[in-house]
Design a protein around this ligand. Structure first.
Ligand SMILES: [Fe+2]
Ligand SMILES: [Fe+2]
Length: 254
């Protein structure tokens, strides 16, 4: 290759680069939601504005900073592509399985914190229950909602003490809100109380760090107990489709 060809090639490469930069500059603009910025941004003030360049639009689909989900995403796809490492719920499900609990308890343990892992922390039991309700036995969804409440109330007879973790996280004097107390009063006598209580019993945080269960260990239980919609989660028009879509496309403008 002559020196002149080398220079020409460099020039053409540079032109390509510039073109890529220009195209990148026109990428659709991802827009974080108000709740995503709330606190860092005063929610009573207008959202920070992004200036559109000519020919540029706001994002109305896939955010290229995330891995693209398949067109008909399954629960497993969400575990792999949108939920943060699932060690905690996998360990909970493993303990439930080792203790010989029914498959619905194992699945409840596997799903109990998916809202924290991929959506919203506040009232995570309620959100997770809503997400899975169309696809699982009613008892599983009820127990997932209830675990958030029951975690605050010891039940030594069933092997559950108030978590030391909560004392470290929230302080000695923390008391749950009155809505949690009211729900506890209803839940403690519910016919599915023990199912929810078993989630809390298996919901512990410190285990052998060498135990790392694989999601594949639970594929058969998921297949038998989670009614995966053919159209994919988010596209089946169920009562919680919108939540799955939001997790898939968290920065869509609308
Ligand atoms: Fe939880
Ligand atoms: Fe948990």
């Amino acid at each position: 290759m002559t020196e002149a060809t080398a220079k020409a090639k460099t020039f053409s490469e540079r032109a390509d680069e510039l073109e890529h930069e220009q195209i990148a500059a026109l990428d659709p603009i991802p827009q974080p939601s108000a709740i995503y910025l709330s606190g860092e941004h005063d929610p009573t003030k207008p959202m920070p504005t992004v200036t559109q360049k000519p020919g540029q639009y706001f994002l109305m689909g896939h955010d290229k900073r995330l891995s693209r989900m398949p067109p008909q995403p399954t629960l497993i796809d969400f575990f792999k592509q949108r939920f943060f490492p699932a060690t905690h719920v996998l360990q909970s499900a493993r303990l439930a399985k080792l203790a010989g609990h029914p498959e619905k308890v194992v699945l409840a343990c596997l799903l109990h914190d998916i809202a924290i892992m991929g959506f919203i922390r506040c009232d995570h039991g309620f959100w997770a229950a809503e997400m899975v309700a169309p696809y699982v036995d009613e008892e599983i969804a009820w127990a997932i909602q209830a675990h958030q409440v029951l975690r605050f109330f010891p039940d030594p007879a069933n092997g559950y003490e108030y978590p030391q973790q909560y004392i470290r996280l929230f302080g000695e004097g923390y008391r749950p809100e009155p809505y949690i107390d009211r729900l506890y009063d209803k839940m403690r006598n519910h016919k599915w109380y023990i199912t929810a209580r078993l989630i809390t019993v298996n919901d512990i945080y410190s285990f052998d760090p060498n135990v790392k269960p694989a999601l594949e260990d639970f594929t058969d239980i998921i297949e038998r107990n989670f009614r995966q919609p053919e159209e994919g989660l988010g596209f089946d028009d169920s009562a919680s489709s919108h939540i799955w879509r939001t997790i898939n496309w968290p920065t869509r403008f609308l």
